[in-house]
Design a protein. Structure first.
Length: 202
């Protein structure tokens, strides 16, 4: 998916790294904290950025696979959040070729602030592949952005109803659907909102 959504992150990595790190992981997950694992679990985060969220979850004893296509973010994450519980992988949606080849299954699949960068056609493939990473009793937690993106990081309209329909087509059930304001002041001022979805196998 080498479009402006990725190239913009590559070009802006130097200023985005500290910006990502300035955001509180507990604040990001505030609306779905009750769905995060209470016991040490195997978690994969797709689009892990600098590893901010992965590090927070690893500090609770979880084992993390941090999937991130931007090399500068991966390198920053390894330096900022060195942990034997975090394993980094260079891969990307919608295909997740390397992850699926591994054949691993996870108790939790995380997708935070990524869905809007996929075209509607890519989302069909992406939802199927995300479900393939899920253990029989696992959950997917994903955030769906509503609002305009920046010119250098292309976003596509992402109606929640579309994500719900794709989940149902993939034999996933909706455990929760929660609306949230953006944790970033600039995004709130721009009218950006989010919907959090929690999915599981039907």
């Amino acid at each position: 998916m080498e479009r402006t959504s990725i190239s913009g992150y590559v070009a802006g990595a130097e200023h985005l790294i500290p910006a990502f790190e300035a955001i509180s992981a507990p604040d990001v997950f505030a609306h779905v904290l009750d769905f995060l694992p209470k016991h040490p679990s195997r978690i994969v985060e797709i689009g892990a950025g600098t590893g901010r969220d992965a590090a927070w979850l690893a500090s609770q004893g979880h084992s993390l696979t941090a999937v991130e296509p931007v090399e500068k973010f991966r390198k920053a994450g390894m330096l900022l959040h060195p942990s034997p519980l975090i394993h980094w992988v260079d891969d990307r949606l919608p295909l997740l070729t390397r992850m699926l080849k591994k054949g691993e299954r996870f108790d939790l699949v995380l997708l935070v602030a990524v869905w809007q960068h996929l075209t509607p056609e890519e989302r069909v493939v992406a939802m199927t592949n995300l479900s393939k990473l899920l253990s029989p009793c696992g959950r997917i937690i994903m955030s769906v952005r509503h609002g305009l993106g920046l010119p250098d990081r292309e976003c596509f309209p992402a109606p929640t109803s579309e994500a719900v329909a794709l989940a149902c087509q993939g034999n996933l059930k909706i455990l929760a659907r929660r609306s949230a304001e953006s944790v970033q002041e600039k995004n709130r001022a721009a009218g950006v909102t989010w919907t959090w979805l929690v999915l599981a196998h039907s």
